[in-house]
Design a binder for this molecule. Sequence first.
Ligand code: AFP
Length: 324
Amino acid sequence: MDHAADTFRTDLMTITRHVLNEQSRHPESRGDLTILLSHIVLGCKFVASAVNKAGLAKLTGLAGETNVQGEEQKKLDVLSNEVFVNALVSSGRTCVLVSEEDEKATFVDPKLRGKYCVCFDPLDGSSNIDCGVSIGTIFGIYMIKNQDTVTLEEVLQPGKDMIAAGYCMYGSSCTLVLSTGNGVNGFTLDPSLGEFIMTHPDIKIPPKGKIYSVNEGNAKNWDTPTAKYVEKCKYPTDGSSPKSLRYIGSMVADVHRTLLYGGIFLYPADKKSPSGKLRVMYEVFPMSFLMEEAGGQSFTGKGRSLDLIPTDIHERSPIFLGSS
Ligand code: AFP
């Protein structure tokens, strides 16, 4: 990269400009998805700022605790949920919201409804907050046929029907990775501009990788095929080098590394958790959508992840995703 030239770059591809460019490829579009995405981007900026200030502002306390001013403090995941619910409802483009934080789906007031359903985990990896490890927001977007009559059944669509998905990682930098079904692009928040700038155009996962990523602490409960597969990563029988193990325990960070460096991320089923741990609608589906759009693959152990049809908004599924 020409760093000197880069320092003085004056023609920046912001996420808004990119989404507007994508919109112009669909002349029939009325800009609803563009507006919805701009509200999601605002939510990500808000959460990024709250995560950065977490230590300072003592936002890491338990929900319900009070601070020195006697005001109630909010845990970051509770705060993030509020931020996204408000951003999504006020966009006027959503009719149903499914959040990891809320037991039931939220049906938006009919006066504010639009045609999209958004499934999201406002702050995934929240057990990592207090030690400063990367955490993130994950989202997937569906179109609903009739916003006025939408039912819960209509929300339980297979992942392959999603029209857009993405995640925002709050780490050493804040990175938003997005696909609207035409490849995957990554944007980094420039704090001085307050804008996400395209830094990772057209991400393609390497077809092969040297890393496997799994919580090996669960190994005693794995089934035989999973145990055999991980054993082969460590003791290959085809003369290749053993793979390296990397596991952060924050899906956004583990998937982001897998997307950029290649390899495999797995959260299999085990005897204790027969459906695995990760949630279909706001973890498995959006990440599988991005993986496939980047040329990778994602399976549940029984079939393609995006073919699953959930029966419950908080359903879980095993997942194996990464290089093809
Ligand atoms: P938390 O939100 O409770 O930290 O869970 C994070 C997560 O849902 C996902 O981001 C990780 O990939 C996975 O769980 C880690 O699970 P283990 O701690 O069981 O490895």
